[in-house]
Design a protein around this ligand. Sequence first.
Ligand code: ZN
Length: 138
Amino acid sequence: MAGGHDKPLPVPSPESRPYWDGARAHRLLLQKCADCHRHWHPPSILCPGCGSRDHDWVSASGKGRVFSFVTYHRLYHKGWQDELPYVVAVIELEEGARMLSNVIGIAPDDVACDMAVEVVFDDVTGDVTLPRFRPAGL
Ligand code: ZN
């Protein structure tokens, strides 16, 4: 993707390291609570549902729906100048966790809430892969 190296990239923390390692291997990993069985994102030490510290990392299906989105027509960072306009969306995964990402492979005007999407992995650099979403079934 043009200009990819100019973008601010996520820096893994101890809690999010398994998530980013999974993304590099093109797997979408979520934390799943061992007590209340909720899936969550973004990575954190405590389950946001019940406060448990006991969780497993599990593979998500990568399927979900657009929960909400906003289309950016203005430039907030020069790294994205080749991609305007672009869509930042909250994706609700099948597992119930919500994650902030981009919707790609579709004109921004055609993005709609509740649209079915699936994950694609964008290898931005040799170290960082960003999960993004495209319309399901393309
Ligand atoms: Zn829990």
